[in-house]
Every structure is written in structure tokens, then in C-alpha cells.
Ligand binder design. Structure first.
Ligand code: NDP
Length: 302
């Protein structure tokens, strides 16, 4: 799995087609998608054009997508990947993830009331996982994994079949995920770091940590290495042997982020950045754990 990929969440329709196209031309070998991002058709166009232009072959490219929360019932899993494959214009994914350990009634994109949710007793993740294993056997995806889960859930899934190959979670200097990373290293699971720049494009809440890109430790390392803050954050993720998927639809920033492959942090830099861990989530799961939800935020990432 290529260590650096292009994120596509909140990549505006009309922009993400060119972003995918540009990234593949610039050398990216990996794109992170999801059905709920509502832009897989456009990403697919960018991929098709890059293949057509000879910038990349399908075999060189690694494409990830994710099963949305309304399709956890085993009978909805295969139709969901088929829709994603159709939208992306691909015959097989490289990696398909269960997006969240949270289930909605079929057809609900974002819940409006308690009735829009299913509990984990009504839609057990273990059953969804068995359906994911069938997708792999059917050749619709090469690998399967999960997102927004921790060691307890990973272990429970392994007990009904195979261990997830990848776990994709929020990870950056303020949320270093050391316990999960140790578990992954022990069980041969790859950790993919999402929101590696602290997701600065998202609407932030009062009381959020200031943007990571402006943190003095990060900016001073960037100055020392003649790099940018974004490159330091991306290089930090790769130096920890995690996969990292910064999102950009801006051609200059897409190239800048790719340039992180040439940035080498020293042990001293890594030690400085290690001190920034606060267990702080920019994406705190509040949107799935408000008063109408049967889920509790503190139990999402177990
Ligand atoms: P990131 O941390 O990647 O930040 C993206 C934001 O940073 C955008 O607003 C982008 O703007 C800006 N940006 C990108 N590059 C630079 C740069 N070099 N300098 C300054 N600003 C920059 O946040 P995301 O939350 O998007 O996370 C990355 C990807 O991870 C997502 O796109 C998605 O694919 C995945 N993800 C998965 C989740 C899950 O539940 N599994 C949840 C969240 C994310 P611009 O586009 O204008 O450059």
C-alpha cells in the first residue's frame, strides 16, 4: 500500500475530478475515497483519464473506498461495493473499509432522529465483517479493513474470521494513537492516518485546538528543513510507518504534499513532535453521538 495517498473528503464536486487527475500526473499512486463523500464518479473520471493518458496503470494504483453506515446489514454490503465500483469505473478495489462502528437504517445518509439509527445489537459489526470477507473472496476487493475502531473491536472482528488488514483513524501530532499503533505493529495491521494536517478546511468548533499547521514546533522544524508545515506533518506520519492521506484539491498543494516524500525528520525532530500528543480529536464523533443517538462518543473508538 503506497504510504502517501490523496484524501477526497470535502473535495468539492467540480474540483475533485481535476484533483485526482492532477495527483496521478504528479506521481501519487493511492487515492482514498468513500461512498458518503458523494464524489466517487468524479474521482473515477480523474482515474480513467490518468490511465488513458498513460500517467499510471490500474495495477500501479491503490484505491480505497468505504462502506457507509446505512449498509451494515449483510444483505446491503455487496450492493454498496458494487455501486462504488460502478461510480469509480473500476472492477476491483484495493481496499474496502467499514467506515464507522455505527449503523443507520438503510437509506439514511445522516440521521435526523433516533429511529434513523440501528444499534450494534441490531446490526452487529461481526456480521458486517463476515459480509466484507465474502467481498474479498468474490474478488470485488483485494483487501478489507475498518475505520474509526480501536484494539477491542479489531480483536472482536478477528475472532469471527480474519484480522482487518488496515485501520484508518484520525492521527496527527495532537492524536498520536500510540496504543493502537502498538497493537497494529503486533498484529501486522497497517494504520492509515486521516486528517494528518488537523483537517483545517472543516468548520471548527469553539474550543478546538489551534491549527496544527501553525504550531510553533511544526513551523520551526519546517523552517529548519526548508520545507512547509504540511510536509513536516506528512513526513512525520510516514516516519512512523503509518500510511497518510492528506486531502487537497489545489494543484500546488497536491504537489507540495507529495514533496513530503523527500523530507527527512531527524530523531530530535521526532522527539520534539512526540511531546505534542494530547489525545485531541478534531473529529470528535459528536455528530454521531448527540442526544438523539443511541451511541456514546467515548465508546466509538474502543
Ligand atoms: P487534512 O488534514 O488532510 O486537511 C485537508 C485540508 O487542508 C483541506 O482544507 C486542504 O485545503 C488543506 N490543505 C491541504 N494541503 C495543504 C497544504 N499543503 N497547506 C495548507 N493547507 C492544506 O484533512 P481531512 O479531514 O480531509 O483528512 C484527509 C483525508 O482523510 C480525507 O480527505 C478523507 O479521505 C480521509 N478521512 C477519513 C475519515 C474517516 O472517517 N475514515 C474522516 C476524515 C478524513 P485545499 O483542498 O484547499 O488544499
Amino acid at each position: 500500500m503506497p504510504a502517501l495517498g490523496l484524501g477526497t473528503w470535502l473535495a468539492d464536486p467540480g474540483k475533485v475530478h481535476q484533483a485526482a487527475r492532477h495527483a496521478l500526473e504528479a506521481g501519487y499512486l493511492h487515492i482514498d475515497c468513500a461512498a458518503i463523500y458523494g464524489n466517487e464518479e468524479e474521482v473515477g473520471q480523474g482515474i480513467a483519464e490518468a490511465i488513458e493518458a498513460g500517467d499510471i496503470t490500474r495495477d500501479e494504483l491503490f484505491v480505497t473506498s468505504k462502506l457507509w453506515n446505512d449498509s451494515h446489514k449483510p444483505e446491503h454490503v455487496r450492493p454498496a461495493i458494487e455501486k462504488t465500483l460502478d461510480d469509480l469505473g473500476l472492477e476491483q478495489l484495493d481496499l474496502y473499509l467499514i467506515h464507522w462502528p455505527i449503523a443507520f437504517r438503510h437509506g439514511v445518509e445522516f440521521p435526523q432522529s433516533r429511529e434513523d439509527y440501528l444499534t450494534l445489537e441490531e446490526a452487529p459489526l461481526e456480521e458486517t465483517w463476515k459480509a466484507m470477507m465474502e467481498l474479498k473472496e468474490a474478488g470485488l476487493t483485494k483487501h478489507i479493513g475498518v475505520s474509526n475502531m480501536g484494539p477491542e473491536r479489531l480483536q472482536a472482528l478477528a475472532e469471527v474470521g480474519e484480522m482487518p488488514a488496515v485501520v484508518q483513524v484520525e492521527c496527527h501530532p495532537h492524536l498520536q494513537q500510540r496504543e493502537l499503533l502498538d497493537f497494529c505493529n503486533e498484529h501486522d495491521i497497517l494504520l492509515t492516518a486521516y486528517s494528518p494536517l488537523g483537517s483545517p478546511g472543516r468548520q471548527h468548533k469553539a474550543g478546538d485546538e489551534p491549527p496544527l499547521l501553525d504550531h510553533p514546533t511544526i513551523t520551526s522544524i519546517a523552517d529548519e528543513l526548508d520545507a512547509t508545515s504540511a510536509q513536516v506533518l506528512i513526513a512525520w506520519a510516514m516516519a512512523r510507518d503509518t500510511v497518510v492521506i492528506p486531502k487537497s484539491t489545489n494543484p500546488g498543494r497536491i504537489e507540495e504534499n507529495f514533496g513530503a516524500l523527500d523530507v527527512e525528520l531527524t530523531d530530535e525532530h521526532m522527539a520534539e513532535i512526540a511531546k505534542l500528543d494530547k489525545g485531541y480529536r478534531y473529529l470528535d464523533g459528536e455528530f454521531f453521538a448527540d442526544e438523539k443517538s443511541p451511541y456514546e462518543a467515548s465508546k466509538i473508538w474502543v
